[in-house]
Ligand binder design. Structure first.
Ligand SMILES: [Zn+2]
Length: 281
């Protein structure tokens, strides 16, 4: 498999290595082809070999956070809540280890165009638009010089009963360099639905965000990680560039832009848990 390295070049050492012994042995070369033909092959044919889309991937961990607040007792949301002290430890660890936050736009650019990424790239994502993402996460990210990607449920924005951020807060975060992306209109499981339903939920959210924020989100997260063949086929017809799942792993593929992988953070993901997540390919 060809994997783009951090300089944006393809690692294809294995393509060249079998040629080297032949190149150093004139007798073998002349037995099989004139030297000039061999050099032409070496200079033009082999360097122009390009991996197919199926063979291009980059290793970029994408962490998935939900609530970042005091962990509630006896509530279903507890699993998806990371306490603020541990979250702070996560950022501190990533900073000290030399990780550099990037956006999904940079991941997309690296896969499509080979644009170089930092040596240790990482994407921090926050689902559902909870108020503490503005009150606590956003300023802490700024303190570390980091950026985050926030997936928004458009019908929940400004809704105090769902404890969500407002459009004004989201605009402020976008202007400060955070990515504000789409997560459907009402947060349904997208499996087993027809095209009209998918258009309402997915593009309804995108259009609403564009009208309120003045820019069009280009990335998407599946509520509950739920999608099927119809969801993928619908996304192919849209201007959404990529989508993230809840399937674990850090290998992101060019030929599967709607199935990028994420590493799930729960209330059990202490610092050691984070290290385990990041150690998985
Ligand atoms: Zn969600």
């Amino acid at each position: 498999m060809f994997i783009r390295n951090h300089c944006g070049d393809y690692d294809r050492v294995l393509v060249f290595l079998p040629c080297l012994p032949a190149y150093s042995n004139n007798q073998i070369i002349e037995d099989f082809m004139p030297r000039s033909l061999f050099l032409l092959c070496f200079l033009f044919v082999i360097p122009n070999m390009r991996p197919s889309a199926q063979e291009i991937s980059v290793s970029v961990p994408i962490l998935m956070y939900h609530y970042v607040r005091e962990v509630p007792v006896n509530e279903g949301s507890a699993t998806w809540t990371l306490d603020t002290k541990t979250f702070h430890q996560h950022l501190d660890y990533l900073d000290k280890e030399g990780y550099q936050t990037i956006s999904l736009y940079q991941l997309d650019d690296a896969l499509r165009n080979g644009t170089p990424l930092p040596e240790k790239p990482i994407i921090l994502t926050f689902d559902d638009g909870y108020s503490e993402h503005y009150d606590f996460v956003f300023p802490l990210l700024q303190r570390y010089g980091m950026t985050g990607t926030f997936f928004i449920v458009s019908n929940w924005v400004g809704n105090s009963s769902s404890d969500s951020m407002t459009w004004e807060q989201l605009s402020e975060m976008a202007e400060a360099g955070m990515s504000i992306e789409s997560h459907t209109m009402s947060h349904p499981d997208l499996r087993n639905h027809d095209e009209d339903y998918l258009r309402d939920e997915i593009m309804g959210c995108v259009d609403s965000m564009e009208s309120h924020l003045g820019f069009r989100p280009r990335f998407f997260a599946y509520p509950y990680g739920g999608y099927d063949a119809a969801t993928l086929a619908f996304l192919e017809t849209t201007d959404i560039l990529g989508a993230v799942t809840v399937q674990g792993g850090s290998t992101q593929r060019l030929d599967k832009p709607y199935e990028w992988r994420r590493l799930t953070v729960t209330n059990q993901t202490d610092l050691d848990g984070l290290k385990v997540l990041l150690s998985r390919g």
